[in-house]
Design a protein around this ligand. Structure first.
Ligand SMILES: [Zn+2]
Length: 273
């Protein structure tokens, strides 16, 4: 089985010493491509360089997470735009709104998010989106720009059915992480995951965060890695009427299509709904 991790924070300091091993282990686990998340200027530059160094296996996103919105300068967007023109950049983001922890002011978050949306209408790359406790501000902005942009993924989706439906109405993709493997806080997601149409499902680890709680034996370290992605897919299959093979196939094909990834030789499958 083959999987694509559409969201891994491999520029995180916890991967500083053994990134080569982490990537090798991901390959052994059937992960055929990884998209490295850029969350601020320095991680976007690092992600871009990593992707350049191994372009058949790694790609990157470029953007500014809502947590850092307060510190984003106009000149940062200039550099981001240059990075997005490189061929290894496959998405704009991580961007969005996060009113859960409010590391940045609402005002700055809204401004920076809208700048990404503007950029997505110019550059025509998909968006890599983050939304937490901010749907009422996030959704109208996304709706306003949706017809002018290519689309994108609402990554690490953890909200309810109503919010899920609203994203599907806009033809957005939905990224599922190890949140679904959490028997306590993942319960709501477990109940609605079967509602995600085949052609909209993506899987991601959000490494080093969100280590799947269902892994057996429990890893010694709490650091999540791309090699654990099949565990996320396994949980999705258990909570929807689909086999693990099917989840692997459809999520891989969706990732290749949405992000236009440089991967060939996969038999195309029909994604009816
Ligand atoms: Zn996020």
């Amino acid at each position: 089985m083959k999987f694509i991790d559409i969201g891994a924070n491999l520029t995180h300091e916890s991967f500083e010493n053994d990134l080569d091993t982490v990537i090798k282990n991901a390959e052994l686990a059937g992960i055929i491509h990884i998209i490295i998340t850029g969350t601020d200027l320095s991680s976007s530059i690092k992600a871009s360089n990593l992707a350049k160094s191994n372009s058949s296996y790694l790609s990157s996103t470029v953007g500014f997470h809502p947590h850092v919105a307060d510190d984003v300068k106009e000149s940062d967007f200039k550099i981001a735009t240059e990075l997005l023109e490189l061929k290894n950049a496959v998405a704009i983001g991580e961007t969005g709104l996060d009113y859960n922890r409010r590391y940045s002011s609402k005002k700055a978050q809204l401004k920076v998010f809208e700048q990404h949306l503007e950029l997505a209408t110019d550059i025509q790359l998909p968006l890599f989106l983050h939304q937490r406790d901010a749907h009422s501000d996030f959704y109208p902005l996304l709706t306003k720009y949706r017809h002018k942009m290519l689309g994108g993924v609402v990554h690490c989706f953890t909200a309810n059915k109503e919010i899920l439906d609203s994203y599907l109405d806009l033809d957005m993709h939905i990224g599922i992480t190890g949140w679904i493997c959490d028997e306590r806080r993942g319960q709501g997601l477990q109940e609605i995951v079967h509602n995600i149409p085949k052609n909209r499902l993506l899987v991601e680890t959000d490494s080093p965060y969100l280590l799947p709680r269902t892994l057996k034996p429990k890893p010694k370290s709490r650091r999540n890695e791309p090699k654990f992605l099949p565990e996320v897919a396994k949980s999705i299959s258990e909570h929807s009427a689909k086999t693990l093979e099917e989840i692997a196939k459809i999520s891989t094909q969706n990732a290749i299509t949405l992000f236009n990834l440089p991967i060939g030789n996969l038999t195309p499958i029909s994604l009816g709904d």
